[in-house]
Write a protein that binds this ligand. Structure first.
Ligand SMILES: [Mg+2]
Ligand SMILES: [Zn+2]
Length: 188
C-alpha cells in the first residue's frame, strides 16, 4: 500500500481560469513539472482529484474534461513527470443537465474518488496527503485520514484569510513546489 498525493487541479496544478472549457486555456504553473517529478522520483503516487461541476451545469462535456487531462499529461510528460491517475466529479445538485444534476459521493469533500484510487492503485489514504487551494481540499484530507496542505495559488490566498472554522490545514505554503517539499520532508 503506497502513499499518495491527492492533487487538486485548478489553482493548484494549473492556473485558475474559471470554468475550463478547452485545452488551449490550460497553463501549468511554472513550478508544476518539477514538483510532480520530485514526487514521482520519491515513489509517491500522484492522483488528480477535481470537482468539475461545469459538466452538470452544461458549460462543457466529459469529453472536454478528458481532452484537458490528456493535454495536462502531455505537458507533464515533456518535463519527465506524470500523474498516476486523473479522477473528476462531473456532478452538481444545482446542475441543468439531468444526468449529472444529482447529489453524489464523489464531489469533494466526498471521498468516493479517493476510494476508487485506493482500489485501483493500492493506496493507503492514512499515509497520504491532499494538496489544494480550497478548504474543501483540506476537508477531503480530514475525511480520509490524510494530511492536508493548502497552497496560496488560485483561491488559496483568499481561503487563508477566510478561515473555515471547521477545518485547519496541516501546512499552508505558497504553491505546489512548497507543498511537494513539505510532503517529501515529512515522509523522511
Ligand atoms: Mg482548486
Ligand atoms: Zn460526483
Amino acid at each position: 500500500m503506497s502513499a499518495a498525493v491527492f492533487l487538486d487541479r485548478d489553482g493548484t496544478l494549473i492556473e485558475e481560469v474559471g470554468y475550463l472549457d478547452r485545452p488551449a486555456r490550460i497553463t501549468l504553473y511554472p513550478f508544476a513539472v518539477d514538483a510532480i517529478r520530485a514526487l514521482n522520483r520519491a515513489g509517491v503516487r500522484t492522483v488528480m482529484i477535481t470537482n468539475q461541476s461545469g459538466v452538470a451545469r452544461g458549460f462543457f462535456t466529459e469529453t472536454v474534461v478528458k481532452d484537458c487531462h490528456r493535454h495536462i499529461a502531455d505537458l507533464l510528460r515533456r518535463g519527465g513527470a506524470h500523474l498516476d491517475a486523473y479522477y473528476y466529479c462531473p456532478h452538481h445538485p444545482d446542475g441543468r443537465i439531468a444526468a449529472y444534476a444529482v447529489p453524489c459521493e464523489c464531489r469533494k469533500p466526498g471521498r468516493a474518488l479517493v476510494d476508487r484510487a485506493v482500489r485501483e492503485l493500492g493506496i493507503d489514504p492514512t499515509r497520504s496527503f491532499t494538496i489544494g487551494d480550497r478548504w474543501v481540499d483540506i476537508a477531503l484530507a480530514r475525511a480520509i485520514g490524510a494530511r492536508g496542505v493548502l497552497v496560496r495559488t488560485g483561491y488559496g490566498a483568499g481561503e487563508e484569510r477566510r478561515r473555515d472554522p471547521g477545518v485547519s490545514a496541516d501546512a499552508i505554503v505558497d504553491n505546489l513546489a512548497g507543498a511537494a517539499s513539505w510532503v517529501l520532508a515529512i515522509r523522511r
